[in-house]
Design a protein around this ligand. Sequence first.
Ligand code: BV8
Ligand code: ZN
Length: 237
Amino acid sequence: MIDRARTLIEAAEQIVAFSGAGLSAESGVPTFRDAATGGLWEGYDPTRLASPGGFAADPGLVVEWYNGRRRAVHRALPNPAHRALAARADVMNVTQNVDDLLDRAGARSVVRLHGQLALDRCHGGCGYEETVDLGDPPPLRECPHCGARLRPGVVWFGESLPIDAWAIAESACRTCDVLLVVGTSAEVYPAAGLIALAKGEGARIVVINTNPSAASDLADVELIGKAGEIVPGLLER
Ligand code: BV8
Ligand code: ZN
């Protein structure tokens, strides 16, 4: 199976790597579904916290939850899968992740469909945004421009994706020869729709995941295992 995947990759002109929380799991960053398990956030539903309604209901709790994730990302290190992806300048990274591990691994251009933890932006829509220190993230505060609240620069459930990132990702997935699907449950839309889109345009789908996922049915090759252990062998020249 690994050889079949490597053959597809070697024959490909254009390769896109579509990644989710499983890519960063071995770096110690809890996956999205785990983010609410294991201690502090036991019993909190991430899809509620990662939403405008959750923020309106308890903005302090939501900012605390994000700041806990920001500190976890700050402590984390890129793993061999981040480094293997970053080493292939010819592979376009389209990620659902909001951490900065691909950048820290040296990836030059990362297309972020769901925003990033390292930014705060105005929830009032005035356009103000500011980089935050993941190691010492600021508490809930007001926008210096318009007085509305600042919130993490991520895309919440019910919010639309950044237009330019989506356009780049969509056109790359339409034209790629191989789509690597790394560490995602492929349950969140519209991002997960990129897999069927690529397949429909003739791309070969190589899935790398520790478990079967909603991407399994679309896979030409499905490699069950850890991204940090599989991805380097797939991409090293
Ligand atoms: C929108 C940023 C409308 C925030 C995130 C009903 C049906 C279908 C769709 C919907 C529905 N109801 C609502 C919707 C739409 C909704 C949606 O899809 N909901 C899902 C839950 C059904 N989508 C939205 O709301 C989107 N916006 O639709 O807007 C609109 C349209 C126009 C105008 C205005 C509005 C916005 C979605 C973005 C939400 N934000 N993240 C934050 O991070 O806090 S999504 C969040 O979950 C993550 O970012 C990630 O993208 C996503 C999915 O998580 P994964 O990355 O896949 O991680 P997960 O934990 O699920 O899985 C990890 C995988 O890794 C597992 O498979 C595991 O086996 C594997 N793994 C683990 N370890 C390893 C590994 N694999 C390899 N190696 C390992 N070591
Ligand atoms: Zn503002």
